[in-house]
Design a binder for this molecule. Structure first.
Ligand code: NI
Length: 255
């Protein structure tokens, strides 16, 4: 079944129909979802949701746009959440020079601190990186050796994707791959092995064609898997099966 490795179901865009939508996932072929925190305030929410839904797991971490909320005290409180059940990764963490919400120095500092936290907890990391290819790679080379994880919503070159794959990371592919103008990502999918790809929505954002611009949800991952199958000249079933296997291996989910 489909494994959505990166979703944000605590987002207010799901307030009106969250439970109905999540309860319909199985009938759309979605078997597992990792609910990822982005802001400091969403960390506890995603962990609570994972206790509520048997097919849902949680990732705890603070997005680069939001690291202004972190200090020693809030970071210590965030760390406490890893004692709860079903917290399977540190994320999403990284650098975002597109929105540039926080200074590069502050983004780097908390990116590194959260990579070190993942090492301490022996958990995989979910990396967010936008318009910050070189700085991200530099920090990953220095602080993420031996760690595992996903380069989420991958948007850089195929050469850099190969480098991340060599370092043992998975490439997260979502709705963008279905966009007509996503030439770079389509090329990346063609050249990296299916064994290094995982599926993701980043919902409510980045809905695939034919829902581009609308609210995304895990059922739409079907269109992402179909496009990967087309690009690689393999079956839809093979894409779903192998990416599920990859994700379960990374997150250490056995069921
Ligand atoms: Ni995200």
């Amino acid at each position: 079944m489909i494994f959505d490795t990166h979703a944000h179901y605590d987002d207010e865009q799901f307030d009106a129909d969250r439970n109905v939508l999540l309860c319909s996932m199985a009938e759309h072929g979605v078997g597992t979802i990792v609910n990822v925190s982005a802001s400091y305030s969403s960390c506890e929410r995603v962990v609570n949701m994972a206790q509520e839904y048997p097919f849902m797991y949680a990732a705890v971490g603070v997005h680069p746009d939001e690291v202004g909320a972190l200090n020693e005290e809030s970071f210590a409180r965030m760390k406490e959440l890893f004692k709860r059940n079903k917290v399977v990764a540190v994320g999403e963490i990284g650098l975002d020079y597109y929105w540039d919400n926080e200074s590069h120095e502050l983004q780097k500092e908390w990116f590194i601190r959260q990579l070190e936290l993942a090492r301490e907890l022996t958990l995989p990391v979910l990396i967010h990186s936008r318009d910050a290819a070189a700085d991200t790679m530099e920090i990953m080379k220095k602080y993420a050796q031996g760690l595992e994880g996903i380069i989420h919503c991958y948007s850089y070159s195929k050469e850099m994707a190969k480098e991340y794959v060599k370092m043992g990371f998975y490439i997260g592919v979502g709705g963008v791959v279905t966009f007509k103008n996503a030439r770079k990502l389509k090329e990346t999918v063609e050249v990296i092995p299916l064994e290094s790809i995982v599926l993701e929505t980043d919902c409510p954002y980045l809905a695939p064609t034919p829902y581009r611009g609308k609210r995304n949800n895990s059922a739409y991952i079907r269109y992402v898997a179909e496009e990967i199958a087309r690009l690689k000249g393999i079956s839809y079933e093979e894409v779903v099966e192998q990416t599920e296997k990859n994700a379960k291996q990374l997150y250490k989910i056995s069921s």
